[in-house]
Design a protein around this ligand. Sequence first.
Ligand code: 13P
Length: 245
Amino acid sequence: MSKLIVANWKMNGSVNQVKADLAAYSASQSTNQPGVVLALPQVYLPLASQLLTQLNAQFKLASQNVSQFNKCGAYTGEVSADMLKEFAVDYIIIGHSERRQIFNESGSVLLNKIEAALLCGMTPIFCIGEDKSLRDQHNYTDFLVQQLELLLQIKLPLTNLVIAYEPIWAIGTGVIPSMEQIDEIMQLIHVFAQNYLPHVKVSVLYGGSVNGKNAQDILSISTVDGVLVGGASLKVDDFSKICAY
Ligand code: 13P
């Protein structure tokens, strides 16, 4: 398996679920792979990193968020990239539409978060995606390019980057774009990366209503380097099916 399959549990799960699911994933050949990444709620990452060692697991851990502040200090409720790094976290999801919309995260906050992740040697999974009205007005490509342009402001050395295209209208709705629509945006992101980030290894993911039934088709698109999975990643059977594409 060479594609990246990222599970975004969002604010779901329990200690028991972490123990049971990680045991199941480490016992299966299709899920016990470095290309499988579990983005658990931060509070479960210490337990998950312990289990990773105990189970001799190959899959990786991601955080769903990180503080924009690097230095320890008076930032009540925040968790820094340095702290996450102590728990075997390799990836950080940044710019998810839920963080942009519900928590009003602006471009400058996202840029700080990307730099915080890079400073600690973690790979950002940077999310972009248009809402339904932009899609209907047919000016979604300009909007997506604008979101991508934030990446040009990164001042730190960048070697690896994951970009996830998650159309907001496809998240949690059961509606997915056509394979042509997915391919169009994957190509747009690849071309942007070739033009403006030529020395960076960029992987491009699709996310939004991916499940055990449609993953095979999505992952067979040559421009898709992987998927970012929400709801279906909470069910071992479904997620295992996706990983066994
Ligand atoms: P769903 O797979 O539940 O649509 O969520 C997608 C998502 O937001 C992953 O980050």
